[in-house]
Design a protein around this ligand. Sequence first.
Ligand SMILES: [Zn+2]
Length: 203
Amino acid sequence: MLSATLALHRLRDGNRRFVAGEASATGLVQPGRRAELATGQTPFAIVLGCSDSRVPAELVFDQGFGDLFVIRVAGNIVAPSQVGSVEFAAEQFGTRLVVVMGHTQCGAVTATLDELLGRSANASRNIRSIVDRIRPSVEALVAQGPSWDPEALMHEAVRANVRASVNQLRHGSDVIEGLIQTAGLVVVGAEYSLETGVVEFLD
Ligand SMILES: [Zn+2]
């Protein structure tokens, strides 16, 4: 299994190809490759990303079938099922890199800001369960003052939400904490730009 450092290099290289319009054909799956993977998988990175249709992890990192273990949920939030998914992949496959990937213009972060700033009506209980997990980190930003430029606030809110998810994964599970301490597991944050296609790693 690739170390976290090598896995990160591979993601960076893949994103560089994606941005340059030089994506490889790894997404095209030959029947032989599919059959090979039917008996087992060794994804080299775990990605917790947003469900947004414009942020598909395999495409923005130019990776193929069987390369990434991807968890997608609106707002890339961390709830118990996301923690469990990361634990599962890290333990079962020995994957050593976890990337929490937020993105510019995230609708879930916008919905949270709208609610905090009194711009929206009541969301359903289910949408609220997402907003409630984003709110604490964003609330702290909003509390810093009414002088925020809307774009700057959104920019900081997306990053604060990614950092909160990273922290929750790093400290929200004995299994993950143990793998970080003894097995070289690394959890990093990242932001994908819808405008440029670039993934910026935050740590
Ligand atoms: Zn989003």
